[in-house]
Ligand binder design. Structure first.
Ligand code: 13P
Ligand code: SF4
Length: 305
C-alpha cells in the first residue's frame, strides 16, 4: 500500500505528465513510485522510449545528463542537484586530451559514469552490463578505457584479443574493499554466494561467484536456487532483494557499502521536485549535447540486441 507522500507523487506525476526513472540504488519507496527501475544501460534505453513531456531521474547527475543528451525536447529533472558521481569527475577534458595525444591510435571507450563534457571527446560509451558486448563488437583493437580502472581491468581479462589501457579512476564506494573484507564476509556466511559489481577491486572480484551490474546481480539472486548471498555493491540492493525474496537471506559485504550521492535523493526530494520547490532542470548547450550524443548513440547501437 502506498504512503500519503507516495500517493501525492503519483497524482502529481500524472497531472504534470512526468515519467520517473529510478536507478536500482534508490531506496525502495522511490522504486515503488517509479515508472521504470534499472541499471545505467536500461535507464538510457528507457529515456528514449518515455512518451512523457518531462523525465525525472532519481539517481545521479550523469544519468540525468544522459537523458537530456538523448531527449533534448524533454524537460529533464534531477531532484537533488548535489547528487553527483565522484568517478564521473575523475578524468577531466584536459587530462583526456593529453591521454589521447599519448595513445593516438586508440579508440576512447568511456564508462557512462562521465560528464557530458567529457563524452564529447569519446568514441563510445559503455555500462557495466554492456561493456564486454560493445568492446567485442567494436572493430578497433586498441582501447583507451576511462575512467574506471576496475571495470576496465575486468573487461580486459574477458577480451584478451583487445589491447586495453586503463587510467587511475575508480568508484570510492566500491574500490574501498579488499580481499580481506571479502574473505571476512565469506567466513561469516560460509553457505552464501558472493555477488559483486565490476567496480569492486580485482581482489574482491577474484573471490566472487558472480560479477555483474546492479540489475544483473538482482536477477541472478532471484533466479538462483541458492538461499544465501553476500552482496558486494551498494546496500540498497540488499534492501530490495530482502523485500523481493523474503525466503532468501542477503548480507552486505560491509555495512558501510553506501554511495552517499545515490542516497541523497529521498522520497520527499521527489515530491518537492514535482511541487517545483526543489530540484534542477538539466540544461546542456546544444554543441556539447550533439557532440556527447555520438558516443551514447554508438553504445545503444552496439549494445542493443
Ligand atoms: P550499473 O550500471 O550496474 O547500474 O552501475 C551504475 C553505478 O554507478 C554503479 O556504481
Ligand atoms: Fe558513482 Fe560509485 Fe556512486 Fe556508482 S556507487 S554512482 S560509481 S560513486
Amino acid at each position: 500500500m502506498l504512503s500519503d507522500i507516495q500517493r501525492k507523487i503519483t497524482e502529481l506525476k500524472k497531472e504534470q505528465d512526468v515519467c520517473i526513472l529510478a536507478h536500482c540504488y534508490q531506496t525502495h519507496d522511490i522504486l515503488e513510485i517509479a515508472d521504470y527501475v534499472g541499471d545505467s544501460f536500461g535507464l538510457a534505453q528507457q529515456a528514449e522510449k518515455a512518451p512523457n513531456k518531462t523525465v525525472m531521474m532519481c539517481g545521479v547527475r550523469f544519468m540525468a545528463e544522459t537523458v537530456k543528451i538523448l531527449c533534448p525536447e524533454k524537460r529533464v529533472l534531477l531532484p537533488e542537484p548535489d547528487a553527483g558521481c565522484p568517478m564521473a569527475e575523475a578524468v577531466d577534458k584536459d587530462m583526456l586530451l593529453q591521454l589521447k595525444e599519448k595513445y593516438k591510435d586508440y579508440a576512447v571507450v568511456a564508462y557512462i559514469n562521465t560528464t557530458a563534457d567529457l563524452k564529447t571527446e569519446c568514441d563510445v560509451c559503455v555500462t557495466s552490463s554492456s561493456a564486454k558486448k560493445i568492446i567485442e563488437r567494436m572493430p578497433e583493437d586498441k582501447i583507451l578505457f576511462i575512467p574506471d580502472r576496475n571495470l576496465g581491468g575486468f573487461i580486459a581479462k574477458q577480451c584478451p584479443e583487445k589491447t586495453i589501457v586503463t587510467v587511475q579512476g575508480c568508484c570510492p564506494t566500491h574500490a574501498q574493499y579488499n580481499g580481506k573484507d571479502a574473505e571476512r564476509a565469506k567466513s561469516a556466511h560460509p553457505n552464501a554466494l558472493l555477488l559483486v559489481h565490476p567496480e569492486c577491486s580485482p581482489e574482491v572480484t577474484a573471490l566472487a561467484d558472480f560479477i555483474g551490474s546492479t540489475t544483473e546481480i538482482m536477477d541472478y539472486a532471484k533466479k538462483s536456487d541458492r538461499r544465501e548471498f553476500i552482496i558486494g555493491t551498494e546496500n540498497s540492493i540488499v534492501q530490495h532483494l530482502g523485500i523481493d525474496c523474503p525466503e532468501k537471506r542477503f548480507y552486505p559485504l560491509s555495512k558501510n557499502f553506501i554511495c552517499p550521492n545515490m542516497q541523497l535523493t529521498k522520497i520527499a526530494s521527489v515530491l518537492h521536485c514535482l511541487e517545483g520547490t526543489d530540484g534542477e532542470e538539466i540544461i546542456l548547450d546544444e554543441q556539447t549535447r550533439v557532440a556527447a550524443k555520438r558516443c551514447i548513440d554508438r553504445m545503444l547501437e552496439l549494445g542493443n540486441g
